[in-house]
Ligand binder design. Structure first.
Ligand code: BGC
Length: 485
């Protein structure tokens, strides 16, 4: 096999391996645009429970999808479930696009959520298991790059398919196209997925060592290292599959705490609220609605570019450093933005307004380059093979639950923080709330220093060996829990 042929095939593998991220981004990003028209069409009152539930249904489905996929992927393999999630994405997209009523729309959105959550727990593991150690961070970051691309495409389709957009569709039809279009990447994911290899780690686990060796030969540039890697994988795979007892046992505890903290902090540092409310913040800072909506698309594109840069640097800088710098940058940006709004009275395009816009853009850049991808990469690589699917599910469920918690509490907190009588009262409320998220960014720095394990440039097998020998040295190996080999 020539090396140029190898290169082509790895690009194919990593592209389609990560493509589910695009659906994750599109399906979560598109709803804000579609919601502007769904209510009138299906007779749903703005601000009602039904109205909020159309958005929340994906998050609830995602918690469910993330919970079920891990244990299944440890049993059935990563590839089969990737194909299954493509089918669910497809059905969910068409179901919501053609929904005749509220019930069908919400059921389809829950279904989509199951696929989104499933993909978020499955893809980081799959990519980590297919990547050579020295490139694993960059390859894992492709997942976040796909998420950001999906969000950007959603913003574009929201703009183009709205009544005033490029295609001038009627309010009754435009939102249907926005939602149904996700069926196209879903079909592509299914077709490309058919040609993807199974994870070599899963193949060894199920006794298919020769197939695993072939996959390793395809993805490694150094053929000589393959047999050594295969031996390491075999050693880890010989440990019987673990269940919840091992996931919550003492051996896995350091990575469990790390996954828990990373998953929660990624959300409570405010990434989704800042992204979602960016246009509102621009308007509060005194810019026109038109400027705000256009800049949302520009921010979407900017996100994609920053994440593409992250793919390049991910394996050159320690993950813990990325997280620390990211948290400092995000925290500082939020505090500067709040100060500009509260003290400099951002409004009417004054100095405070521009500081606000710059700080918000910097916040998003720091997130996209660090916490966005690194959280998923680390959760994908941290757990031992015999509980990897389960562990990844755990991290993803916590992340989606935290996402749900932040998005559900945001409106209430905003009301609580908004002064009753003030010029630009809502802007002031947002600014105060962002101080809270900013403080949490600094708490995250403490968490990283105390509870995270550096994973860059280490094979998955050596990370696992460390974990087991540490537990063994401390005498923390419980009955029935494989502690060492
Ligand atoms: C986060 C999502 C977020 C997305 C885009 C992901 O890493 O987990 O909650 O919506 O990035 O910002």
């Amino acid at each position: 096999m020539t090396s140029s042929k190898k290169k082509m095939s790895t690009n194919f593998i990593y592209f389609f391996g990560a493509l589910g991220g695009l659906l994750f981004g599109y399906d979560t990003g598109v709803i804000s645009g579609a919601m502007l028209f769904i209510g009138a069409e299906l007779g749903i009152k703005a601000g009602s429970f039904e109205d909020g539930f159309i958005t929340a249904s994906v998050l609830l489905g995602a918690i469910l999808g993330a919970a079920i996929i891990g244990p299944l992927s440890d049993k059935l393999g990563r590839k089969k479930l990737l194909l299954t999630s493509a089918v669910i994405f497809f059905v969910g997209a068409l179901g919501s696009g053609f929904a005749p009523d509220y019930a069908v729309l919400v059921s389809s959105r829950v279904l989509l959520g199951i696929a989104v959550g499933g993909a978020s727990a499955l893809i980081p593991t799959y990519l980590a298991e297919l990547a050579p150690a020295e490139k694993r961070g960059g390859i894992g970051t492709l997942f976040q790059l796909m998420i950001m691309t999906g969000i950007f495409l959603a913003y574009v389709s929201n703009e183009w398919l709205s009544p005033k957009g490029m295609f001038g569709l009627s309010p009754a039809v435009g939102w249907r196209w926005m939602l149904a279009l996700a069926a196209v990447p879903a079909a592509l994911l299914f077709l490309g997925g058919l040609f993807l290899p199974e994870s070599p780690r899963f193949l060894v686990k199920t006794g298919r060592n020769d197939d695993a060796r072939n996959v390793l030969l395809q993805i490694n540039s150094n053929d000589n290292a393959v047999d050594e890697e295969l031996e390491d994988i075999k050693l880890q795979a010989s440990i019987p599959s673990g269940g919840f007892k091992e996931l919550f046992g003492t051996m896995a505890r350091p990575v469990l705490i790390m996954a828990l903290g990373l998953a929660i902090f990624q959300q409570v540092m405010g990434c989704n609220t800042v992204l979602y409310y960016a246009p509102k913040i621009f308007i509060s800072a005194g810019f026109s609605e038109h400027f705000a909506l256009q800049s949302h698309i520009v921010i979407g594109l900017f996100n994609v570019i920053v994440t593409a840069i992250a793919v390049k640097i991910m394996d050159k800088i320690d993950r813990k450093k990325m997280l620390t710098y990211g948290a400092i940058g995000m925290g500082a940006s939020l505090l500067v933005m709040s100060t500009a709004m509260l003290v400099l009275k951002a409004g009417n395009g004054n100095l405070g307004s521009w500081i606000c816009v710059i700080a918000l853009t910097l916040y998003i850049a720091f997130f996209s380059a660090t916490w966005g991808p690194v959280m998923w990469v680390m959760i994908g690589e941290a757990f031992p093979l015999n509980i990897r699917g389960l562990g990844n599910s755990f991290g993803a469920v916590i992340n989606w639950a935290a996402n749900f918690g932040v998005s559900q509490t945001f409106p209430m907190l905003l009301i609580a923080f908004t002064p009753a009588h003030a010029v630009n009262a809502e802007g002031q409320g947002i600014a105060k709330l962002f101080i809270v998220y900013g403080i949490l960014c600094f708490v995250a720095i403490w968490f990283i220093a105390k509870f995270t394990i550096e994973t860059r440039n280490r094979t998955l097998e050596s990370l696992e060996a460390d974990l087991r020998s540490r537990a063994h040295a401390k005498g923390h190996v419980e009955a029935g829990e494989p502690g060492t080999f």
